[in-house]
Design a protein around this ligand. Structure first.
Ligand code: WT7
Length: 635
């Protein structure tokens, strides 16, 4: 029996039971029936969470682009693979067929080869949401180069840190990008970054905004002329199942960003399988995920998952507010979108605007709605359900992470009854566990704990690039023999999961995962700052916003506090990017600390959230007097 496409609840339970009872059989049947292998595996799964080491489909050989492109050419060569919707609604959309995608990926791959890129080399991609982004990702995969896409909202410093961490040889960028009514000088940011990146040998530059930029001799080249003269065929590099496919950085609660490394076969099988089921994808659908390919959502559910299923996937260059707040719904109507996948923060922002922006569009093509990135609050869920889905479209609240590669907990539309704010049930093959503080698994329902996964799934990250010890420490040491997600969750009376939020020092702002430590490091570099602490507080659009408590070096510092606040945010923008800016900055004379010197963030979180009725016992603090001062001056 094929378990590839689940159609109703009973089938889900059957499939789920099988996937848990015999995971190897379950995944090997799916892999066998739905993908193209150059050689089959010798062993479906090898795993040991104590090392940790996880290998799926060992011995198999394949190329993921053959699965995402070549094998579709016979059956759907003239079907649109990528539908590009530009920032400017007046600019025509571009329909790239599977045949054209094949040619463009092959040409790009040949350009990479001609510039010395080989299997295993790292290529950093710093591009806006234009077709070249997806094409360059696939071109790397075609020749076995490891892509590392860096979200084009990151600053030069953040870009340089990532380039150096993965020791990339090449950067692919563009002359600039459009973002609503603004243009951004991407190439200038790359130039700044590369001042600190001695390992970069070449930079390929796509033309997008026709700006006048500097091209550094011997290093920078315009992409288009190279593509024009490149060969239209490029034989795929035959990869081993566990060869790295990409590195994608995510912020940690401490230290530098973590380069999550994903490998080939398991990632392909899992993202394709979950795409099919989470979105109930069918051949004629037009699927749109509004994420950026700079995040894992874009990797798995704009590029790889949809293309592995031969789908039409929309790439949108712009923002939801340009030229007005009806842009998303305009695109849904224009392209007759069937599945629409976005972030709660976008929903909350649009729900604040006039409802006419929604109602004046024909959204009747929609069948399934999705959310990802953070918990969705009940109000936003109902607005989405009532006005966008017109109560006819199931909402899939998909919980997952950069580390998990694909969706782990989500309803299956038309099978799993949805429940607002609940991600509901685990995908087949996924075995969640809730753990208590003592490290014991909590059985039964109506319980709450720390969310772990106790059995491997095919698309889990295999390591942190260059730092396996950190991988083990971060994810496999809190609970013995389990992958720890960093999230808290509860399981209701029927076994549905609800994600309650991070239990570590990661804060999700507008769906972006931000670690407190890198932001604090950035602030502390300001010459007037001695120390700082960042916490999150509830924000009605962003979900969480950042509140910074800052100690200045000079007790009597006379400089204007507003100017200092601006400088602190400027510092963050330069070091990380504007997404990490603080909403509130309070200058304090001290931070509440334990006797061992650890900042008591719990207290700061309560103050930032204006929830000071129950601060708990502060008498054991090193400096209890500072709490009152901070409360008195809270913003
Ligand atoms: C963290 C992972 C998965 C791609 C985008 C974010 C939070 C994600 C949900 C959801 C509640 C969610 C978690 C998770 N998160 N989806 N549906 N409900 N929380 O990837 O940047 O790696 O962040 O996002 O806290 O751990 P990421």
């Amino acid at each position: 029996m094929s378990n590839y496409h689940i159609k109703h609840l009973e089938e889900y339970f059957q499939v789920y039971r099988k996937s848990v009872r015999n995971p190897e059989l379950f995944w090997s049947e799916i892999a066998e029936e739905h993908f193209l292998w150059r050689k089959k595996w010798n062993k479906v799964l090898n795993w040991d969470f104590t090392k940790p080491e996880v290998k799926w489909f060992e011995g198999a050989k394949l190329n993921i682009t053959e699965n995402c492109i070549d094998r579709h050419l016979y059956v759907r060569g003239e079907k649109t693979a990528i539908l590009f919707e530009p920032n400017d609604p007046e600019e025509p959309a571009e329909h790239i067929t599977y045949n054209q995608l094949h040619e463009r990926v092959c040409k790009f791959a040949n350009v990479l080869k001609s510039r010395g890129i080989k299997k295993g080399d790292r290529v950093c991609i710093y591009l806006p949401m234009i077709p070249e982004l997806a094409i360059s990702v696939l071109a790397c995969a075609r020749i076995g180069a490891i892509h590392s896409v860096i979200f084009a909202g990151f600053s030069a410093t953040a870009l340089a840190t990532r380039i150096n961490d993965c020791e990339a040889k090449m950067v692919i960028t563009s002359d600039g990008s459009y973002r609503g009514s603004k243009t951004i000088d991407l190439k200038g940011i790359v130039d700044d970054a590369l001042e600190h990146c001695p390992g970069i040998e070449s930079v390929l530059v796509a033309k997008r905004i026709n700006s006048d930029i500097q091209m550094k001799a011997e290093r920078d080249e315009w992409l288009q002329p190279l593509l024009d003269s490149a060969d239209t065929e490029c034989k795929p590099e035959i990869m081993n199942a566990e060869d790295p496919l990409f590195i994608l950085y995510t912020s940690g609660s401490t230290g530098k960003p973590k380069g999550m490394m994903h490998t080939t076969a398991g990632y392909m099988v899992y993202t394709a399988y979950t795409f099919k089921n989470v979105f109930q994808y069918r051949e004629d659908d037009i699927y749109w995920c509004t994420a950026d390919i700079g995040w894992i959502t874009g990797h798995s559910y704009i590029v790889y998952g949809p293309l592995a299923n031969g789908a039409t996937t929309v790439m949108f260059e712009g923002v939801p507010s340009y030229p007005d707040f009806g842009r998303f719904w305009d695109i849904v109507q224009k392209h007759k979108i069937t599945q629409f996948y976005t972030a709660p923060t976008a929903i909350r922002a649009l729900a604040k605007e006039n409802l006419d922006y929604v109602t004046e569009h024909d959204l009747s093509s929609l069948k399934v709605l999705g959310t990802v990135g953070e918990p969705i609050n009940e109000e936003a869920w109902h607005w989405y359900n009532d006005h966008v889905g017109e109560k006819k479209c199931p909402i899939v609240d998909t919980w997952w992470q950069t580390e998990t590669g694909g969706v782990l907990i989500s309803p299956i539309p038309f099978a799993t009854p949805t429940k607002p704010t609940y991600a509901t049930l685990p995908m087949p093959g996924v075995q969640p566990a809730l753990m208590d503080e003592n490290g014991n698994e909590i059985d039964g329902n109506q319980v709450e704990g720390r969310l772990c996964v106790k059995f491997p799934w095919p698309s889990m990250a295999r390591t942190i690039w260059g730092d396996h010890q950190r991988y083990r420490d971060t994810y496999f040491s809190a609970f013995k023999n389990k992958y720890f997600t960093g999230d808290g969750a509860l399981r209701d009376e029927v076994g549905y999961y609800r994600i309650t939020g991070r239990v570590d020092d990661v804060i999700i702002v507008s769906g972006h995962n931000l670690g407190t430590a890198p932001i604090e490091d950035a602030i502390n570099e300001h010459p007037a700052v001695a120390e700082s602490a960042i916490v999150g507080f509830p924000h009605d659009i962003k979900g969480n916003a950042l509140y910074g408590f800052v100690i200045l070096k000079e007790v009597g510092e006379s400089r204007d506090r507003n100017n200092l606040s601006r400088e602190v945010n400027q510092q963050i923008t330069e070091r990380i990017g504007p997404i990490a800016k603080l909403d509130k900055i309070q200058f304090v004379s001290g931070l509440p600390k334990t006797r061992s010197g650890k900042i008591m963030r719990r207290i700061l979180r309560k103050i930032a959230s204006k929830d000071t009725s129950n601060l708990g016992d502060t008498s054991t603090l090193l400096n209890p007097e500072v709490v009152q001062e901070i409360m008195d001056n809270a913003l």
